[in-house]
Design a protein around this ligand. Sequence first.
Ligand code: HEM
Ligand code: HEM
Length: 216
Amino acid sequence: MGASDKKATEGAVQPPNPWDPLVRISHWAIAAAVLANGFITKPGGIAHVWVGWAVIGVFASRLIWAVVGPQEARFSAFPPSPSAALHHIGNLLRGRAREYPSHNPAAAIMVYTLWACLMLVTATGLLMTDGKSPTAIAEERAAIAAGNWSVLVKSGSEGNDNKGEFSMRVAGEVHELAANLLLILAAVHVGGVLIESRVLGRNLIRPMIVGKRRQS
Ligand code: HEM
Ligand code: HEM
């Protein structure tokens, strides 16, 4: 058995640089969309809803990929384990880190938390817009702007009772809260990536941009 084989069986994983195109494209698409909807698009505007729908599509593909994709992209490659995450953070603080074949245990907890927030944001967004497509919303708003209020009767949006109004308000509050939490966690996530890169002595961002390192 060669030295490198021995290393592999002992679990001292080589830097993986494993991210396949779907993980990379979905990562940057979700990041761009979250930043766009958090800071650029008009909240609730048509562009906001388009970006939101795009996120839902990309996110759904990533979740399917986590079941059928390559090993390192699967849920099974980065199980959520709070104790392993704490252990990893403890090691990081002591300037020690080891390689993992997928997200490290602390990153795994962050990934699931980011995904949970994203789910909450998109679900409440859909609730607030009654699941209507961006084109349907644009048509409805154009009709209302032209004075044709009957579209609201047709779409069932008129005459919302107090209960309906209340749930809309709650959905709006949860949407805002989850979106803000998502943005804060994304900032912490980038901080974590930078610290981990420094301790490991390799740039973790590069493999998320260019994928596999060329074999020499
Ligand atoms: C990428 C994920 C998203 C982010 C980061 C995001 C972020 C936000 C933020 C920060 C607000 C302002 C909240 C406030 O101050 O009241 C907002 C409002 C809104 N968002 Fe999103 N959003 C996202 C996805 C969606 C989706 C998927 C939809 C619908 C399909 C949607 C529909 C709305 C609506 C209708 C409002 C206006 C709420 C109101 O008038 O109070 N959003 N969003
Ligand atoms: C709103 C902004 C962002 C969000 C919501 C976000 C979210 C995520 C998510 C969900 C993952 C897991 C990827 C997967 O398995 O599919 C991830 C991984 C990653 N992200 Fe981000 N991200 C954001 C911004 C950034 C930025 C700006 C950078 C670079 C500076 C970055 C660098 C990375 C890296 C390097 C990984 C892989 C970490 C590892 O090796 O375990 N992210 N991010």
